[in-house]
Design a protein around this ligand. Sequence first.
Ligand code: GLP
Length: 246
Amino acid sequence: MRIYREKDYDAMSRRAAAVIAAQVVSKPDCVLGLATGSSPVGTYKQLVQWYKQGDLSFAGVRSVNLDEYYGLAPDHDQSYRYFMQASLFDHVDIKPENTNVPDGLAKDPAAEGERYEKLVAELGYADLQLLGMGRNGHIGFNEPGDHFPVITHLVDLAQSTIEANSRFFASADDVPKQALSMGVGTIMRARRILVVVSGEDKAEAVYKAVCGPVTPEVPASILQLHPDVTLVGDESALSRLTEAGV
Ligand code: GLP
């Protein structure tokens, strides 16, 4: 695992954007696995800026997002489709038909999981998968449990995730209780993985993911088994690792 320790959120975002830009420049028709949440917002901002300066094009890029809240329409302002449009897709030259997010309104979520998994497989899985990390060590919406879910599936969100994400909704009651998420297997099939983490509240999860045992109780710990992971964090998110001498 390659670790970049950056002084703050902005420096973390620039570093992560540089890794993504390098991927897009070296393979303009690459498949990017994309993530939502506060962590990658600055990364997307930087990519948009480079696109506007004429330094980067997404014209050939195909994208697959990790997850979507179950029950939210694409135009709901807290849906992950909406987030991706507002944070990246509406501001760069990626072709709308080349962007993919699970359908939060699918009547049959099991069938939607299968459809999405097939789609990602047909694209050949991600060349580069961007990930944030939940405070409980979740990746995508793969919550701590007794096994690693393999393919795209319907997830019951952990109470701690509902609480963490309630900051974006009027109240915790408004947070959907379920989501469609790529499986850990889908994520691990990406050829490269880029993780962005920022803030003290992630320090413990980051430490467990990098130094702890590989266990489904900390879904991100499975990344230890992937051959090409880059972790970019700010000093506070990496503080427990620093203390441990990593
Ligand atoms: C959300 C998303 C994850 C994200 C994580 C952390 O629930 N499903 O993909 O990485 O939580 O979010 P944040 O970056 O806002 O801390």
